[in-house]
Design a binder for this molecule. Structure first.
Ligand SMILES: [Zn+2]
Length: 121
């Protein structure tokens, strides 16, 4: 156990939301994927979700060279949108499972970083 500096407040993840139909999109888009509205606005979500799929990367990209191993994850947020990001310290498929609860912990450069949600027990 190393002393982890957690603020106690979950991070919030920035997404884009259609002002007309409320669809949530993880990346900026000129028009809404659902209703083609151009009224896209920024929104912040809680950042909690479940792992939809993931890939272990043992050879890191330069930006993460000091954090290998890690996993590239696709997370289905509870708000209903899917985002991609990274999880530190995941070195084998046994350490993570599809359906695991994770939460957004912050940005690392241009990438979202997730961590396992700690639940009692
Ligand atoms: Zn829309």
């Amino acid at each position: 156990m190393s002393g982890q500096n957690t603020g106690g407040h979950g991070g919030r993840i920035e997404v884009y939301r259609c002002a007309d139909c409320g669809s949530v999109m993880a990346t900026f888009t000129v028009v809404c994927h659902s209703c083609m509205s151009a009224r896209i606005e920024k929104a912040a979500l809680g950042g909690s979700g479940r792992v939809q799929t993931f890939t272990i990367l043992s050879v890191p990209s330069e930006a993460f060279a000091d954090e290998a191993p890690y996993a590239y994850v696709i997370v289905r947020l509870h708000e209903g949108c899917t985002v991609s990001g990274w999880m530190r310290g995941v070195g084998s498929p046994a350490e993570l499972a599809i359906g695991d609860e994770v939460e957004y912990s912050g940005m690392r450069g241009q990438a979202s970083v997730f961590k396992k949600k700690v639940s009692g027990g």
